[in-house]
Ligand binder design. Structure first.
Ligand code: SAH
Ligand code: SF4
Ligand code: F3S
Length: 472
């Protein structure tokens, strides 16, 4: 029954959904599905959804409306279309989706991806299937690995989920409900997947988790390993030149992790460390379990360990009862920390979360006005950070063809996009570049031809020394 069929996946939300979408198509490959970029020809359409804010969730329904037209046009023909809703909206709304959107055949949550072939078979028999249990089996062990050829096509950077779910229950957030309790994959599983990625040509791996630094996977000796120890082991894998991880919670920045930032040259000097707000009263109401002062102390320790580290963050404005003074505390925190980039959002009350029931919701226009002020400050900081790189040398990993012929697009250690005139054979390579120009969202660099491609250990050491000397 496995004639070639096609699946089209549309991904919303965070990087974990991006990872999951690939794993879903990996799970479908053995039963005869190949991916397509053309929705109109797809046998199966999967919307991998996000529930984090109201707007994100609503987008899904309007998209279903559009896809339904394609499905209806094909009804009765020999190429029917199956529509599936996966991800966090699926988990949060389950049955409701089927009621609200009759065109949907299958709804399944993030903990059921490994069962996709079986769920499809059930949906194929005319049933409308909703699968949102949190099963106890190890989803990751049950998911098939991608074929090497497929992996190679996915490029030189990859995501790798090491931890999923969250036990923190911040009062604004749906993740503990949509992704379930925190689980960590075993060290062996993570190393195995990372090795396979490296063998397929991946140079940079970003470890993922909703709370990635709460990672506590079972090590080969049966003991619990933290994220720091895991990073030290990953750093040993030949070919993996760059490691990153996201998203981390300030409460879980353990000593081993800070040591990894100090000691591992391949751990990129860029850390996403959301704080959400600057006011201690709001942080308390958000159940973040730390104060602004705790965050400052932590950032000092991280910067002492890795002086060239740049920070990014997430902020919510207009959490219930937030006053102008509370908001000012957020602006003050941002000014004092200095971010290389940051995301900021208007608080969106989510059904089922404690924040949605708090009195004193902040009016929409106040939220909008605060968001504008915060974003202006963040934009200034981002511009200043980018400008600080003008004239400096850095390593760039070339990831894709550039905007113009003869150019390649790459990333700096600080995740900035860098455009460089370079031959196509440098795709997937890291080269030394000098930054000659700084645009609003990217840098322009020039190859430094007389530097070796891959630093020898001795040159590597001199580079560390140079970086520590403050290539601001
Ligand atoms: N685990 C991460 C956050 C994951 S959600 C952490 O602990 O920081 C990504 C971001 O979405 C959050 O950092 C927060 O800034 C934002 N967010 C989450 N829920 C939200 C809500 N109800 N309204 C607005 N923004 C929200
Ligand atoms: Fe959500 Fe992050 Fe808080 Fe967990 S730690 S509840 S994922 S914001
Ligand atoms: Fe969205 Fe779910 Fe990620 S709610 S942000 S897709 S964990």
């Amino acid at each position: 029954m496995s004639d070639a069929k096609t699946v089209f996946v549309r991904t919303y939300g965070c990087q974990m959904n991006v990872y999951d979408s690939d794993r879903m198509t990996d799970a479908l490959a053995p039963v005869g599905y190949r991916t397509t970029d053309n929705l109109d020809e797809a046998d199966l359409v999967i919307l991998n959804t996000c529930h984090i804010r109201e707007k994100a969730a609503e987008k899904v329904y309007s998209e279903i409306g559009r896809i339904r037209k394609v499905k209806d046009a094909r009804a009765g023909g020999d190429k029917p279309m199956t529509i599936a809703v996966a991800g966090c909206v699926a988990q949060a709304e389950g049955e409701e989706i089927i009621n609200r959107a009759p065109a949907v055949d299958l709804v399944f949550g993030p903990q059921s991806y490994h069962r996709l072939p079986e769920l499809l078979k059930r949906a194929g028999n005319g049933a409308r299937v909703v699968e949102t249990d949190f099963p106890t089996e190890d989803k990751f062990a049950a998911l098939p690995a991608a074929e090497k050829a497929v992996m190679m096509k996915r490029g030189v950077t990859a995501f790798l989920t090491v931890q999923e779910g969250c036990d923190k229950f911040c009062t604004f957030c749906v993740v503990p409900y949509t992704r379930g309790a925190e689980i960590s994959r075993s060290v062996a599983q993570v190393l195995d997947e990372a090795r396979r990625l490296a063998e397929a040509g991946v140079r940079e791996v970003t470890l993922l988790g909703q709370n990635v630094n709460a990672y506590h996977g079972e090590g080969p000796d049966g003991s619990d390993w933290g994220l720091g120890r895991l990073l030290f082991a990953l750093a040993e894998i030949p070919g993996l030149d760059r490691l990153r991880y996201t998203t981390s919670h300030p409460r879980d920045m353990g000593d081993d992790l800070i040591a990894a930032h100090r000691d591992l040259d391949c751990l990129m000097p860029y850390l996403h460390l959301p704080v959400q707000a600057g006011s201690d009263r709001i942080l308390g109401l958000m159940n973040r379990k730390h104060t602004g002062a705790d965050y400052f102390r932590l950032v000092d320790r991280i910067r002492a360990a890795r002086p060239d580290i740049a920070l990014s963050g997430d902020f919510i404005v207009g959490f219930p009862s937030e006053t102008e003074a509370d908001f000012q505390a957020t602006l003050d925190l941002v000014s004092e920390i200095g971010y290389a980039s940051a995301f900021s959002f208007k608080y969106s009350p989510r059904p089922g979360t404690p924040g949605a029931n708090l009195d004193d919701q902040v009016p929409e226009e106040v939220k909008s006005e605060r968001l504008q002020r915060l974003q202006a400050l963040i934009n200034d900081q981002q511009r200043a950070f980018n400008l600080s790189k003008r004239g400096s040398e850095m390593d760039v990993l070339f990831e894709k063809p550039g905007r113009f012929d003869g150019q390649l697009g790459g990333r700096s250690p600080w995740l900035q996009a860098v455009h460089v005139e370079a031959p196509a054979q440098l795709l997937g390579e890291i080269r030394r570049v000098v930054i000659e120009d700084v645009g609003s969202n990217s840098l322009v660099g020039r190859l430094i031809a007389d530097r070796p491609a891959v630093a020898t250990p001795a040159e590597d050491a001199s580079r560390v020394a140079a970086d520590a000397g403050g290539v601001a």
